[in-house]
Each structure stands twice: as structure tokens, then as C-alpha cells.
Design a protein. Structure first.
Length: 187
């Protein structure tokens, strides 16, 4: 999937070196379920091989800056999750995340025929929550003690979703934001 700012390619082994470099900043891992890129890569490839995840490498200007995935795949319910998204801080505030979400949402609704796309993030991750609200995805609540992350730490998860009835408005909002982003950063 290709946008004006980013290219999303299915994650492949040959992307590992670029992803490790992009993931070297410890700020990337503050709210991720895994505590470092090696754990993340191992789990991502295992889940991909098991058919539970479809990960993408995010490229900006030909350089890997992060990753995002289709996960919690439930084709029988026309539902999936966009998650395990991270980007190097150099890409924060550039519009790369907004465009990656736009490309993934458009593909999910217009090609895969999804009726629901879910997002979840650590409830304390204000940056991610603000980005999801700006899509706009609908906030659906906090699942308390939802997950154990980073070696056993309890995580409360904030849930958001976009459903097919909302997609036309979300699409228009994102397209407007991305048009305005030409020549300047967008959040």
C-alpha cells in the first residue's frame, strides 16, 4: 500500500536490520506489549507464520521507520484489529502514522469488506489515545487488567473502533487532514 508519505510493505525477514535500527530508541517500547525489538520480532514472525497477524513495515523515503499490523483476525465476523503499531520518534508528528492508518483502514473496509476495525492501546498512552480519537475512532471503554505485558506488568487497555457506517466520514476526515499536511507536519 502506497501513500504520499509512507509505503506499507508486508514485513519480511530482509526488513529486520532496518526495523532494529528504527526501534533502537527506548521511547518506542514504553507502551508496547514487548520490552524490546528482539522480543517483538520473534513474536511477530511466530504470529505471522501461525496466521494470526499480518504485519507491515512502514517506510518513509525508502527507510524503515516502524511497523503496524492487522491482528485479531476474525474474517468470519468481518472484523480485525490494527495494532502493534510503533514508529521511530523521528516519524512522530509527521503524518506518517495518520497516513498508515488511512491506508490500512481503506484496505480493510474497501478491499477486505470489514464491518469493524478495532484498536486498543495501553490506557496510560495519551499520545496513542489522542491519535485514535483524531482519526476519529470511537472510544469504547477501558478493559481493566486486560493484558500482562513486558514480562508480567498489568495493562489496562483503552478500546476504540471504526465501523463500516462511520468509514465514509472517517475517510473524509483523514483525507482532509492528509491534504492539509502537504508541506507541514500533521498529528
Amino acid at each position: 500500500m502506497e501513500g504520499r508519505l509512507v509505503i506499507l510493505e508486508p514485513l519480511r525477514r530482509e526488513h529486520e536490520a532496518g526495523l532494529r535500527a528504527a526501534a533502537a530508541d527506548k521511547r518506542v517500547w514504553r507502551f508496547m506489549a514487548k520490552s524490546n525489538p528482539e522480543e517483538w520480532l520473534h513474536e511477530t514472525f511466530a504470529e505471522t507464520e501461525a496466521g494470526r497477524r499480518a504485519p507491515f513495515t512502514v517506510f518513509v523515503g525508502g527507510q524503515a521507520v516502524g511497523s503496524t499490523s492487522y491482528m485479531s483476525l476474525a474474517p468470519e465476523h468481518l472484523r480485525l484489529e490494527i495494532g502493534s503499531t510503533w514508529m521511530n520518534p523521528s516519524a512522530w508528528g509527521t503524518g506518517a502514522n495518520a497516513e498508515a492508518k488511512y491506508l490500512l483502514l481503506r484496505h480493510a473496509f474497501e478491499t477486505l469488506g470489514c464491518r469493524r476495525v478495532e484498536f486498543k492501546t495501553e490506557a496510560r498512552n495519551e499520545r496513542a489515545r489522542a491519535a485514535l480519537a483524531a482519526l476519529p475512532a470511537q472510544f469504547e471503554g477501558i478493559h481493566r487488567k486486560h493484558m500482562l505485558v513486558r514480562g508480567g506488568e498489568r495493562r489496562d487497555s483503552a478500546w476504540y473502533a471504526v465501523v463500516d457506517d462511520e468509514w465514509p466520514q472517517v475517510k473524509a476526515t483523514l483525507e482532509s487532514r492528509l491534504r492539509k499536511a502537504r508541506g507541514r507536519a500533521v498529528r
